[in-house]
Write a protein that binds this ligand. Sequence first.
Ligand code: SAM
Length: 177
Amino acid sequence: MEIIVFRLGHRLPRDERITTHVCLVARAFGANSVIYSGQKDHSLEKSVQGVVGSWGGKFSIAHENSPIERLEKLKKAGYSIIHLTVYGMPLPEKENAIRNAEKAVVVVGGEKVPTEVYHMADFNIAVGSQPHSEVAALAVTLDRIMGGQELERSFESNFRGNISLEPAEKGKKIKKK
Ligand code: SAM
């Protein structure tokens, strides 16, 4: 399944770290790319591209000035729109339906999410019934979509970066090309 993560409403300086973590989790847990809206952030893009340069894979990041229009275009292009929100339906009740999608956009909010997103979403999904974090919500959702493959040792073959790690019981085993 092709997965795009869509981060709405990036705010500077407030969201600098958390949007970076949204991107790192998206990449590490199987998404192909991230699109973010809100304030353009060159240093965010540089830092994510730096991780891809060192650790490998084809992950990309792009800014979008018109998120609603872009989400509508993605929906027309056949992507399932999965909006993560505490107000949504419990993830366990919808994860099979979500996994059947051929391609998906997983949307996380930052500042108040526009009502249109709730209406255009194919799935409004709650990851637990309490408000927490876009990073945690994304991580759990990607893990359910991927069926845990992203945690297996073999998943590393998707990256083949200049830097990679050998799992170690103790200490660190870092491999550099
Ligand atoms: N308006 C708040 C703010 O000022 O930052 C939004 C914060 S909330 C932590 C940001 C995002 O986290 C939400 O838009 C949603 O995507 C995600 N989120 C938080 N708790 C969630 C939950 N229980 N289930 C699904 N997504 C959740």
